[in-house]
Design a protein around this ligand. Structure first.
Ligand code: ADP
Ligand SMILES: O=P(O)(O)O[C@H]1O[C@H](CO)[C@@H](O[C@H]2O[C@H](CO)[C@@H](O)[C@H](O)[C@H]2O)[C@H](O)[C@H]1O
Length: 466
């Protein structure tokens, strides 16, 4: 039953290989009666390796219409539970108790509910899942909280919680306040010897808009500008700054906020000076990823030589480089513009990477490269997602896309350097290698999770590889 349902979930990370075995690692009853609520950790074996996923299982004798699309299956007496099983994240009646448990710091079996020091938690709100495109499931409680249920579990404290707590202590004001979290005590579930973070309750940024939406609005405005006549029209209409909805001032502020968070991360976790020779290992890792992705996605292969050449340049770097804790999966969907400035979200790192890799110190320009890639994505998303663009118009729009990306990349880098981050212009080879590495990651990510988006990173790669 669960094995059929799991691969259809947006947050399931193993869509590219069959499930060999699925068993319930831990099951904790959180609510008896009608509806019932059970917390499950699923042990899922694929390609010989076992991953752990979290599910809140609701059980009702009769399933109301509004919950039917979230049904997992019918439980019979054999399991000791009878009724319709469904994903309880979609049932407000079953999400409300999570707040009450965090407020009270309940301990139920291996589940420990925590409240952040010095905060109170309201218990009168129902949670409904966010419709945002994401790798986990976030519940929004009124206009007060956002509770992120981590779907794929990793040993120990989740980096998102770890970093948010550390940045709070460092006095960083570019993150949402942490109110509480839920953890699973170490036990026989195979996820390790430390408590495993299951959920993070943060302040809900109610008046904020995410960077991706803001950037797309700006691109839309720019594309809507009438083109001057003539075959080279788009080349002459190359000033997105003159169009309504220009994003450059925001991009610059975002660059500054990024540098400030990097400074706070360095304070909180320290800086390691790394000899440039260490970059050989870094380049080797980049090449390994390239080989694996080129094997799986043939469209990447023609660009492989240019990408390898960029990685080789990194190996030639001399001197010492500052490595530190970074965001790790930085893009426009991970930042929100509030009334007062930019807030950074989701310090979990790239979902496909191993936990140790996500925590490993890196050069801060890796995040800068991530955001630069995101400008490229935003610039080309509308072209790739509109199947009706005529070929001639598509070429002109590609030129406009380039102009928009260029303007906002430059503004972001200027803001980052002015606020004290390592100057991107002074590390062009390193930055280019990080951008290629991220593009390769994105191609695998899209091929696995959103194949219809694959043209977006491929188009921008054509431009980057020149
Ligand atoms: N504290 C918050 N307040 C309001 N919206 C948020 C908050 N945190 C995240 N979001 C929204 O939810 C989206 C997904 O959040 P994120 O933490 O990146 O989840 P995931 O790790 O599952 O991708 C973000 O792009 C943003 O739009
Ligand atoms: O789920 P996460 O936010 O942790 O990150 C994963 O999903 C992202 C998409 O939701 C993906 O980002 C890519 O698409 C974005 C547009 O949706 C774009 O702004 C990014 O630049 C691009 O990398 C991210 O790579 C992935 O790890």
């Amino acid at each position: 039953m669960l094995a059929g349902w799991l691969p259809r979930q947006r947050w399931f990370g193993g869509k590219d290989s069959p499930i060999e075995d699925l068993s319930i690692g831990t099951a904790t009853e959180l609510r008896t009666g009608e509806p019932g609520l059970h917390h499950l950790v699923l042990d899922v074996r694929q390609s010989g390796a076992t991953e752990h996923y979290q599910v809140l299982l609701g059980v009702r004798r009769d399933l109301p219409e509004r919950l039917r699309s979230h049904e997992i299956g019918l439980l019979t007496g054999a399991t000791g539970i009878t009724g319709h099983a469904y994903d309880a994240a979609h049932d407000p009646e079953l999400t409300r108790p999570l707040l009450a448990h965090m407020a009270r710091e309940s301990v139920i079996g291996p589940l420990h509910f925590r409240r952040a020091p010095g905060t109170g938690i309201r218990t009168d709100l129902d949670g409904t899942p966010s419709t945002a495109e994401q790798s986990n499931t976030s519940l929004i409680f009124g206009d007060a909280y956002m509770c992120k249920l981590f779907r794929k579990l990793a040993p120990g404290m989740n980096p998102d919680l770890e970093v948010n707590l550390a940045l709070t202590r460092a006095g960083c004001d570019h993150i949402p306040a942490v109110h509480g979290w839920i953890e699973l005590a170490p036990g026989g579930d195979g996820t390790g010897g430390e408590p495993v973070t299951l959920a993070l309750l943060s302040e809900y940024l109610r008046s904020a808009t995410d960077g991706w939406q803001l950037a797309l609005t700006s691109v839309r405005d720019w594309f809507a500008q009438p083109l001057p006549p003539g075959p080279q029209a788009a080349l002459t209409a190359d000033d997105p700054g003159a169009a309504g909805g220009d994003f450059a001032a925001e991009a610059e502020r975002l660059g500054a906020a990024t540098a400030q968070v990097h400074r706070d991360l360095a304070r909180a976790f320290g800086v390691t000076t790394v000899p440039a020779a260490r970059l050989r290992a870094l380049a080797a890792g980049m090449n390994d990823q390239l080989d694996a992705v080129a094997e799986a996605v043939p469209q990447l292969r023609p660009h492989a030589p240019a990408i390898r050449a960029a990685f080789a340049e990194v190996e030639a770097a001399a001197g010492e480089l500052p490595f530190q804790r970074v965001h790790g999966d930085y893009h426009l969907g991970q930042v929100m513009r509030t009334d007062t400035g930019w807030v950074l979200l989701d310090f979990e790192g790239e979902p496909a990477r191993a936990p140790a890799e996500r925590r490993a110190p890196a050069h801060p320009l890796r995040d800068v490269a991530g955001m630069l890639r995101s400008f490229e994505y935003a610039a080309r998303f509308l072209i790739a997602s509109d199947g009706n663009v005529a070929p001639g118009t598509a070429d002109m729009l590609e030129l406009r896309a380039r102009a928009w990306a260029e303007r906002n990349r430059n503004a972001f880098c200027a803001g980052y350097a002015a606020a004290g981050g390592p100057d991107p212009a002074a590390h062009a080879a390193l930055l280019r290698a990080f951008e290629f590495d991220k593009a390769v990651y994105e191609i695998r990510y899209e091929a696995r999770n959103r194949p219809s988006w694959l043209p977006v990173p491929l188009r921008s790669l054509e431009h980057l590889a020149g």
